[in-house]
Design a protein around this ligand. Structure first.
Ligand code: NAD
Ligand code: K
Ligand code: MN
Length: 363
């Protein structure tokens, strides 16, 4: 029987609640005849590690992750440590260290969940946002001079390379091609950002020639926000820069009902390194430690993890279990207007997996 080696990194805040819940779902899946097993290793990196060791993860931390089949991540962000320290010291160190350059963010309205768009039918909102995850606005290049003085100047330099832009556009065209509508929207801000974004548009035209069966269009990022709200059915696969897609995907999650249900994969498409799966939300300081976190975003990330491992039947089983649970309003957490706890939702998904396993045995 195949054994997958999975690293779990809960990190901070509600990451410490939702990642153990995600692991429970994977364990329930393996226990119900999935035909494979997991070997987990848990890494206690994050704010607590920083207080003890002065860094968010050990200097050789990537070496400990290198041999894993996948990583399940929670959140980096601690109320007592500046956000740029926690983010760059942990999550971005892994994403950039393992060149996980494609960040894939599916969004759709799950059964039983009401989005804020009253005119939108569930089928009208079914998107995958592809986020460039290795450079651009989050290149980390820049600095401050004359700090604290009136003449202080500061820069965050957005670096886009032809190689980096071409590989993410190629990935997005390929993903669009694999979906039923074969449709891609390329989002830029090439009217105002007249260098890198113009290059992005040019490369999109070049890459599109290799995908004649994909219908594609361009949209400026500000107009794209309005289109997401007013005409959601006109979008399918979307590709955008690191910063633009970061913002658009929180909007997408909110339109689909809650930040708490949205998943993501930080993917190395060339499979040189392990890929990392996580809910798109952060540490949620306002609800941490209270058992109120919605674990659905983590469970959906587990589905993406299973798909990445090639376990498509198991992935479909977990997705069906999630949808059966969201369809029941008594199992909605507070962000969805309900009263269920993280533990209750987790138990319900695990029970559903057990039930479908006995159905399969009976069949
Ligand atoms: P956040 O996602 O943590 O929270 C935003 C709002 O959404 C809060 O009101 C929160 O309660 C709610 N929310 C988020 N996830 C939820 C869930 N699963 N269930 C129910 N409600 C949920 O964003 P923020 O407040 O901007 O950031 C808090 C910290 O998290 C910061 O330190 C930030 O840097 C960090 N962060 C980390 C990541 C990451 O590691 N990938 C992503 C985003 C934010
Ligand atoms: K996260
Ligand atoms: Mn974000």
């Amino acid at each position: 029987m195949k054994t997958y080696r999975i690293a779990t990194i809960p990190g901070d805040g509600i990451g410490k609640e939702v990642v153990p819940a995600g692991r429970q779902v994977l364990e329930a899946l393996a226990a119900t005849g999935a035909g494979f097993s997991f070997e987990f290793e848990d890494f206690g990196w994050g704010g607590d590690w920083f207080r003890a060791h002065g860094e968010m993860m050990p200097a050789n931390g990537l070496d400990a992750l290198r041999g894993k089949d996948a990583i399940l991540f929670g959140s980096a962000g601690d109320p007592h440590i500046p956000d740029h320290v926690t983010l760059w010291g942990l999550r971005l160190k892994i994403c950039q260290g393992f060149d996980q350059y494609a960040n894939v963010r599916p969004t759709r309205i799950l059964p039983g969940i009401d989005g804020p768009l009253k005119r939108c039918k569930a089928d009208d909102l079914n998107w995958v946002i592809v986020r460039e995850n290795s450079e651009g606005e989050y290149s980390g290049v820049g600095g401050r001079v004359h700090q604290g003085h009136p003449i202080e100047a500061a820069t965050d330099v957005s670096i886009m390379t032809r190689t980096g832009v071409e590989r993410i556009l190629r990935f997005a065209f390929k993903l669009a091609q694999s979906r039923p509508r074969k449709q891609l929207t390329v989002i830029t801000k090439s009217n105002a950002q007249r260098h890198a974004m113009v290059m992005w548009d040019e490369i999109a035209v070049q890459v599109s020639r290799d995908f004649p069966d994909v219908t594609w269009d361009k949209e400026l990022v500000d107009a794209a926000t309005a289109r997401m709200v007013n005409k959601p059915a006109t979008l399918d696969t979307i590709v955008a820069t690191n910063l633009h897609a970061d913002i658009l995907s929180d909007l997408a999650a909110a339109l689909a009902g809650s930040l708490g249900i949205a998943p993501t994969g930080n993917i190395d498409p060339e499979r040189r390194y392990p890929s990392m799966f996580e809910p798109i939300h952060g540490s949620a300081f306002d609800i941490m430690g209270k058992g109120l976190a919605n674990p659905v975003g983590t469970f959906w990330s587990v589905v993406m993890l299973l798909e990445h491992l090639g376990e498509h039947a198991a992935a479909a089983r977990v997705m069906q279990a999630i949808e059966a649970v969201t369809a029941d309003p008594s199992l909605h957490t507070r962000d969805l207007g309900g009263t269920a706890t993280t533990a209750q939702v987790t138990a319900a998904v695990c029970a559903r997996l057990a039930a479908t396993a006995s159905d399969r045995r009976a069949a």
